[in-house]
Design a protein around this ligand. Structure first.
Ligand code: GMT
Length: 367
């Protein structure tokens, strides 16, 4: 198939899923055209059958807000015509599915179907905003195929937007040959990792507060990978609690698969997580997650078996679970093995990518 993919190419779960999906599809013999404003972070441009088409948004004195969605639609239509695309797959509803709808109207060689994948905050935060509600609902309804990443997201989209079209759940996936355990790398001091874009929804101050409690029992260090709006507040809290030396802010990391296997636990205290890709990546590396019981996380973690889930904001409980994992070797090995097994059995690329291929075929036939 000839597939066009549009996503937010910067750091963030939806961009990572879109990029890795494109790379895997290309490995399986499809032509994949990324249509984005920058090169997606995990995109290796040397991969055969992968093409990158930049969307340029020119500035003009009249434009207070450069019309990116319009430029994107124009570029999508141009690439679709020129490369005879079979399908467009857009990740994150706003504005990508609106642009795809426009591109569909502009494409003349044949009807260009488009698939929209909803990743979470495109529905729960952006789409729920009054300024975007109607256009989000419209663009989802006009999509030729809709997928999302957890049962929770399917329910939420149906209920909130009143969508009656079928929504297919295709979970996040992980490449189990790249994300794998390395028990030797875990020697030395106990290490906890948090990875995110440090947006308020991630509640990164809870990581700092939990570490403060954990350190009353275990000599542990916290690695904070990523960057974003709450970083300053987290640094200030670490100083206030006297644990600044015990936390390393690593900044944005391109190769988390090298970092995660060195850790003993992942802490993901999010307010809401449509799935929790980073928890899956940790599980594939045999690093048990301590996450919150929210959104689509229960699709991934079996509580007490391959990770822990506690209530949002219950820092005592989350710290307690981290302490258990860092002090009880037998529990840690059991959970690490179960986490890896779960990733391999249910969420490896080999299992999930064919679901997208089948979905595209169905959508193309329907068009
Ligand atoms: O988590 C983020 O802030 C990034 C966000 C995104 O839209 O890029 O991630 C969302 O998509 C991921 C990939 O499908 C999911 O694994 C994350 O759970 C989801 N994030 C939220 O729902 C907050």
């Amino acid at each position: 198939m000839r597939i066009g993919i549009t996503c937010y190419p910067t750091y963030g779960g939806s961009g990572i899923v879109a990029t890795e999906l494109g790379l895997e599809l290309a490995n399986r013999g499809h032509d994949v055209h990324f249509i984005t404003y920058a090169n997606p972070i995990r995109l290796d441009p040397d991969t055969p059958r992968v093409y990158y088409h930049e969307v340029e948004v020119s500035s003009y004195p009249l434009f207070q807000y450069p019309p990116y969605a319009t430029a994107l639609a124009s570029r999508m239509a141009e690439i679709a015509e020129h490369h005879k695309l079979d399908v467009l797959h857009v990740h994150y509803a706003i504005p990508h599915s609106v642009s795809a709808f426009l591109a569909q109207q502009m494409t003349t060689h044949r009807r260009l179907p488009f698939v929209t994948t909803l990743h979470g905050t495109d529905i729960t935060i952006v789409g729920a905003d009054r300024s975007y509600f109607l256009v989000t609902k419209f663009s989802i309804e006009r999509s030729d195929g809709i997928t999302t990443i957890s049962e929770y997201m399917r329910r939420r989209t149906e209920e909130f937007f009143g969508i009656t079209k079928p929504i297919e759940v295709i979970h996040n996936f992980v490449n189990c040959s790249i994300y794998k355990p390395n028990p030797e790398a875990r020697a030395g001091q106990k290490r906890i990792i948090h990875i995110s874009n440090f947006r308020p929804v991630k509640r990164i101050l809870d990581c700092v507060r939990a570490l403060h409690k954990v350190r009353q029992h275990v000599d542990a260090h916290l690695y904070m990978a990523g960057d974003g709006p709450d970083r300053g507040a987290a640094e200030a809290l670490a100083i206030e609690l006297g644990i600044a030396e015990e936390i390393t802010f690593l900044g944005k990391q391109d190769h988390v698969e090298r970092l995660i296997p060195r850790m003993h636990a992942l802490h993901l205290p999010s307010e809401l997580e449509a799935f929790g890709l980073v928890a899956l990546e940790a599980m594939a590396c045999g690093v048990p997650p301590v996450a919150t019981r929210t959104g689509g996380v229960p699709d991934l973690i079996a509580d007490g078996v391959d990770g822990f889930m506690e209530d949002v904001g219950d820092i005592d409980a989350q710290a307690g679970r981290l302490i258990e994992l860092l002090t009880n070797e037998a529990l840690h090995s059991r959970m690490a093995a179960a986490a890896r097994r779960k990733a391999e059995a249910q969420f490896c690329t080999d299992l999930i990518i064919p679901k997208y291929e089948n979905f595209y075929r169905k959508v193309i036939e329907g068009a």
